[in-house]
Design a protein around this ligand. Structure first.
Ligand SMILES: Nc1ncnc2c1ncn2[C@@H]1O[C@H](COP(=O)(O)OP(=O)(O)OP(=O)(O)O)[C@@H](O)[C@H]1O
Length: 257
């Protein structure tokens, strides 16, 4: 585990009282027609979903902060807010967005395009220049182990092949100052998992400030110097990863009883 660095100076990421509310329909429409009828009749009602409720924490330079919580607890929403992709309903985040790389898989692919075309498309979405992708293309294909498949449309790929390609594209660049990882440590089969795990560890130990979202207490315990547990949008606990994971596991056991 990375040693906890001395907390000195200003935090690199400062999350202050962040709340996020979504307006969601009370009942879903099964077709566009039903939706239109509901809308015209004024029968569409909405409720407010509290995805995040007054979340606050700081992350200091070189720290590896874990974010843990069950499905739908608000982890991805928080990462999107920190990386600047979403504006919170309340509160604020202070971070140098130009330093942030959000690594998340499964977005930015077009199934009707070939794997090669998708490398350029996905790379562009991540902010890579065409020239950069051209220089790194061979490395991406090698890392994804997809030699011989790059002219095929990715609709014919298995989900593992698509994930491997996504991982290879997202991690080909130099590690940025602030690295945000959204559930990226469970990619592909056992062998690829080891390889991707090594690449992530390399990035984590490069000195970057890292935020890792994971359901896995093993991932948090192995890599993080501190952890935040978020449950149903509420900040349950922040602190030592061992203590936070223990409380999280206990909560899981209680829920099952
Ligand atoms: N754009 C949106 N519109 C409406 N509701 C949303 C939106 N994005 C997220 N939500 C809701 O907010 C809550 C938190 O979602 P979020 O994806 O942040 O959780 P999560 O902890 O990352 O979940 P998981 O572990 O399953 O990925 C969920 O109830 C989700 O349905």
């Amino acid at each position: 585990m990375k040693e906890e660095k001395k907390k000195a100076g200003c935090p690199v990421i400062s999350v202050r009282d962040v709340s996020m509310y979504f307006k969601v329909p009370e009942e879903s429409a099964s077709s566009l027609k039903e939706f239109t009828v509901q809308l015209a009749a004024g029968r569409r009602r909405y409720r407010t979903l509290k995805a995040l409720d007054h979340i606050s924490f700081d992350v200091y330079e070189g720290e590896v902060m874990g974010i843990i919580g069950t499905n739908g607890s608000g982890k991805s929403t928080l990462l999107k807010i920190i990386s600047g992709a979403m504006i919170p309903t309340g509160g604020s985040v202070q971070v140098d967005e130009s330093q942030v790389q959000l690594l998340t898989l499964g977005t930015g692919f077009d199934r009707e395009l070939t794997a090669r075309e998708n490398v350029y498309l996905n790379g562009a979405i991540l902010g890579y220049s065409r020239e950069f992708i051209r220089r790194k293309y061979r490395k991406i294909v090698e890392f994804a182990e997809l030699e011989g498949f790059m002219e095929q449309k990715i609709k014919n790929f298995s989900s593992g092949m698509i994930s491997r390609l996504g991982f290879a594209i997202a991690t080909v660049r130099e590690t940025p100052g602030i690295l945000i990882l959204d559930e990226v440590l469970s990619v592909g089969d056992l062998f690829f998992k080891e390889k991707s795990g090594r690449r992530i560890e390399e990035m984590i130990h490069s000195g970057a400030t890292v935020l890792i979202v994971s359901h896995s207490t093993d991932t948090i315990l192995k890599n993080c110097s501190r952890a935040v547990w978020i449950e149903k949008g509420e900040q349950k606990m922040t602190g030592n990863p061992g203590e936070v994971c223990r409380a999280y596991v206990e909560y899981g056991k209680e829920k099952k009883r």
